[in-house]
Design a protein around this ligand. Structure first.
Ligand code: MN3
Length: 217
């Protein structure tokens, strides 16, 4: 087995009332588990079994054609959710709190202010038709951009295979599939986006930014 479903770094109900425990349970134990299993099935016995998920997704266009679809959907699903759990934190442990420092300066530099960034990100999240993700990505020059992708596509993938544009590493992502919010918010995706900021682990996002810039340079 090449890839393992990661454990959640907090209790399933720890993100309440923003994200309810039942949603977390189904999301992690069923959806993320299924993406992981199907990814492993798809690459079993191939040389891709020994690659990192990042490298697999970045070279999606070089996979055998019959593997591209399953790996795009399930490899994307595996990677996206793995990132998603780690950029969330219970409010009681500091989720939602953004500390003064480099990342907030960098956000201000590229978006004007934190509020301007949140507005731009929300536009991507609510404007994504149907299922998908909204992203904050780092570029090789250290700049920040927002983008969105359909289904389980993500910014690491080649642009021809669903990615945002070349050489982008996601440092923050929001799942806007209905399975991520429907029990609590039903059709009110904009409310889900607004509430979600309360459980973002900004310290982790900042770490992701520096890691991304180091990887890209
Ligand atoms: Mn999901």
């Amino acid at each position: 087995m090449a890839f393992t479903l990661p454990n959640l770094p907090y209790d399933k109900s720890a993100l309440e009332p923003v994200i309810d425990g039942r949603t977390m349970e189904i999301h992690h134990d069923k959806h993320h588990a299924a993406y992981t299993d199907k990814l492993n099935e798809a690459i079993k016995g191939t040389r891709w079994e020994n690659e990192t998920i990042e490298s697999i997704l970045a070279s999606l266009d070089q996979l055998p054609e019959d593997l591209q679809g399953p790996v795009r959907n399930n490899g994307g699903g595996f990677y996206n959710h793995k990132l998603f759990w780690t950029i969330l934190k219970p409010q009681s442990e500091g989720g939602g709190t953004i500390h003064a420092g480099d990342l907030i300066d960098t956000i201000a530099k590229y978006f004007g202010s934190l509020d301007d960034f949140k507005a731009a990100f929300k536009e991507k999240a609510t404007g994504q038709f149907g299922s998908g993700w909204a992203w904050l990505v780092a570029t090789s020059s250290g700049s920040l951009e927002v983008c969105s992708t359909a289904n389980q596509d993500n910014p690491l993938m080649p642009e021809s295979h669903g990615g945002c544009s070349s050489k982008r590493i996601p440092i923050l992502g929001l799942d806007v599939w209905e399975h991520a919010y429907y029990l609590n918010y039903q059709n009110r995706r904009p409310d889900y986006v607004d509430e979600w900021w309360k459980v973002v682990d900004w310290r982790r996002v900042e770490t992701n930014y520096y890691d991304a810039v180091a990887t890209l340079s």
